[in-house]
Design a protein around this ligand. Structure first.
Ligand SMILES: Cc1ncc(COP(=O)(O)O)c(C=O)c1O
Length: 483
């Protein structure tokens, strides 16, 4: 709980104020960016966006500070951010959690080091492995028993993996995952600490947890070393805007800062950073109230949708009973197979009814609710759901399609930098992938550089494609393999 003095400090938005002061000053610009405060814009952009955002699209000029060596308003804004989340230090990210995940890994590992990661890791984790030459030790994740989504890494599997790999330098936990299920971070961390293994958390989908007591515990309130939050995913921030939090004293901050400058642009976007600054104040002062509404809407929708014959939305208790440690109820996961559709088909039906969802899988659609979700939007979703007719099932559902477990034959970095060739997916059995093969969304790779392509994997990928999944890394039915 934040004390009154600290909460009052949170009224300030140092970066937003500095940008606004600069605009009011009306200097004549002789500096980048080239649009010079929106003075020259392509007509289409003027119509689409207008000039306002360009006024705040500035650079490292007087009084605006430097993200890579903050000493003024960015430093102040980041201090307020770390106070808001109750951590040692926080950093603005302008390249999403994607940049933060790579930075966390590169700041604590050396080439050849082992890192324990869940099979549910985002592709940025795989990029981190390639960039740093790290060796992954995978933990498989299981499906939830209440609905066809994956659980986070489980305690028995994780403890066993740690005990078999005591020389690992770090563990990276994805929690919450895309669907809002969370891992038992505290228990995992106890076991990791006993073996001097550092704990990193990909909390891309959990930036809002700290602001409502009914949401799962935020990773930053637990015994971890660092965590990232995609502010742009669940808070009202511009896309790419994310936070990196330093939670423990075990991290070399100057190395972390060097790495952040390596993985991010040297020209960070001020509009993005301004939203990161303002979102922090918004969540400290209004987050709980807004999230109370979000949770009420979510509960109402869950109740109403479960009343529609053929649709099913699991509750927090059901998801927990299904094997997750906890569940974020702002995620509405709807199993649509009872109406005769795959998730992909159902997504299209919703689009025809004016609704755009976050993602579809073979059997579910995921609706994300945030502080921006209104009762009006909720009613529109419900009426669209009621409007979609049942179709005759052709027993096409692949709800029990099992994701094969590939074997790692080469380090991801070695495979990525090897000479490679493009061959038909169908003829790739036994070869080693040099690419990341990844259904998108959710962006969780099923095959990474260095892993062997098995016959089961080929069949799995073809089945996914036949059912409408979009898969990156497959080009015109070909994949890249090590020569
Ligand atoms: C689990 C997970 N981690 C990390 C990321 C990357 O986040 P960002 O889009 O902020 O780069 C995503 C993006 O979807 C994600 O789902």
């Amino acid at each position: 709980m934040m004390n009154e003095k600290k909460k009052t400090d949170q009224i300030e938005t140092p970066l937003v104020s500095a940008i606004s002061k600069h605009i009011k000053h009306n200097n004549t610009p002789f500096h980048v960016p080239g649009h010079m405060g929106g003075r020259c814009l392509p007509e289409e952009i003027n119509e689409l966006i207008g000039e306002n955002i360009f006024k705040s699209d500035l650079t490292e000029i007087a009084n605006l500070d430097n993200l890579h060596k903050p000493a003024g308003v960015i430093k102040k804004a980041q201090k307020l951010l770390s106070d808001a989340y109750g951590v040692l230090e926080s950093f603005f990210l302008v390249g999403g959690s994607t940049a933060g995940i790579k930075a966390m890994m590169l700041s604590i590992l050396n080439p050849g080091d082992k890192i324990i990661i869940g099979r549910d890791s985002h592709k940025s984790v795989i990029s981190g492995l390639i960039l740093g030459g790290f060796e992954p030790v995978f933990i498989d994740v299981e499906n939830n028993n209440s609905i066809n989504i994956s659980n986070p890494i489980s305690i028995p599997e994780t403890i066993q993996t740690i005990s078999n790999n005591k020389s690992a330098k770090a563990i990276l936990i994805t929690s919450p995952n895309y669907f809002g299920t969370t891992a038992d971070i505290q228990t995992i961390s106890k076991s990791a600490r006993e073996n001097s293994i550092k704990i990193l958390v990909d909390g891309a989908h959990g930036a809002h947890f700290s602001f409502h007591p009914k949401l799962p515990k935020s990773a930053v309130s637990l015994d971890v070393d660092m965590a990232v939050h995609s502010a742009h995913k669940t808070l009202p921030a511009l896309t790419q805007g994310s936070y990196l939090h330093l939670v423990s004293k075990n991290i070399n901050i100057s190395r972390l800062q060097s790495v952040l400058a390596m993985v991010q642009t040297s020209s960070p976007s001020y509009p993005i950073m301004a939203t990161l600054d303002a979102c922090r104040k918004f969540m400290v002062w209004g987050g709980e109230e807004y999230l109370t509404r979000t949770l009420e809407i979510s509960e109402w929708l869950r109740y109403e949708i479960n009343g529609i014959d053929g649709l099913f939305v699991p509750s927090r208790i059901q998801v927990k009973d299904g094997g997750a440690f906890d569940f974020d109820e702002t995620k509405l996961i709807i199993d649509v197979t009872g109406l005769g559709y795959t998730g992909y088909e159902f997504e299209k039906k919703l689009q025809e009814n004016g609704i755009q969802i976050e993602l579809a899988t073979v059997s579910v659609v995921l609706c994300v609710l945030t502080v921006a979700t209104s009762w009006e939007s909720a009613k529109k979703l419900l009426s669209a759901l009621k409007n979609i007719p049942r179709i005759k099932s052709e027993s096409k559902f692949l709800t029990n399609l099992i994701q094969p477990k590939p074997r790692l034959k080469l380090l991801p970095r070695e495979a990525f930098f090897s000479a490679d060739e493009l061959i038909p997916l169908k003829k790739s059995a036994g070869r080693i992938s040099s690419e990341t093969i990844c259904p998108y969304p959710p962006g969780i790779p099923v095959l990474i550089p260095g892993e062997e392509v098995s016959r089961e994997m080929i069949e799995y990928l073809i089945e996914l494609q036949n059912n409408g999944a979009s898969i990156t890394g497959i080009k015109d039915s070909n994949i890249s393999v090590v020569k």
